[in-house]
Design a protein around this ligand. Structure first.
Ligand SMILES: [Mn+2]
Length: 225
């Protein structure tokens, strides 16, 4: 199957690290353009699924105009099913745009904190996300997969975190996840691209560099499995 997996777009982040408001505004335009490139890629290649694994926007700063921009792009790929798991910067709060924006495109599904399973032909998509700025240990050990299907987990969190603060962001255990046996685990939270040894647990990294600690290439690969 073909899908595109992105995370950590952080729409409308203020970019206060940049010296002038003009520079920050320019960077936010680049942020929009890079997202549009992803959508254009999906359109040109008829990719059936888009997974957005948290921190699509900044809850505190996201503007209605930006939400409209995102949603209009979603509407340009009506044949692509878009699955969003909210992260710690865009939790599914009451009055968040996830909750209050009532024109989300028909092809968009937004997960909440309760694990949901969506069956679609030969694929089972499992997802859960943040409903607040923090999420402690989530019970996922007992998930039993139908191995005759392709099983994908979407979430936003920390794999094998050790520090106390990491435990506040949906801590996940690599060995437990490996035991469950998902074919692909689409994550967000870490802004650097990380692919585990089995090549099926992936942080795509932020879409564009959001700070001077995120330099280097940021690529939008599509994955075929
Ligand atoms: Mn993030």
């Amino acid at each position: 199957m073909k899908f595109v997996h992105i995370a950590d777009v952080h729409f409308d982040i203020p970019f206060t690290i940049l010296e002038t408001k003009d520079l920050a505004e320019t960077r936010r335009l680049e942020q929009r353009n890079s997202f549009k490139k992803v959508i254009d890629y999906i359109k040109e290649n008829s990719i059936p699924y888009l997974f957005i694994c948290g921190d699509l926007y900044e809850n505190e700063y996201i503007k209605l105009s930006t939400t409209d921009y995102i949603n209009k792009l979603f509407e340009t790929i009506p044949d692509t099913k878009i699955y969003i798991v909210p992260g710690n910067h865009d939790p599914y709060l009451k009055n968040s745009y996830y909750e209050k924006y009532n024109s989300w495109a028909k092809n968009v599904t937004i997960f909440k904190e309760k694990l949901e399973k969506i069956e679609d032909e030969n694929v089972c998509i499992y997802g859960y996300g943040f409903e607040d700025f923090y999420m402690k240990r989530f019970e996922y050990e007992n998930i039993e997969l139908d191995k005759s299907k392709i099983n994908i987990l979407l979430t936003h969190g920390t794999i094998d975190g050790a520090r106390e603060d990491e435990m506040l962001y949906n801590p996940l255990s690599l060995s437990i996840l490996n035991n469950i046996g998902f074919d692909y685990i689409a994550l967000g939270h870490i802004h650097k691209k990380i692919v585990d040894e089995g090549k099926n647990i992936v942080y795509p990294g932020s879409l564009i560099s959001l700070g001077f600690d995120e330099l280097g290439e940021h690529r939008n690969d599509s994955t075929e499995k």
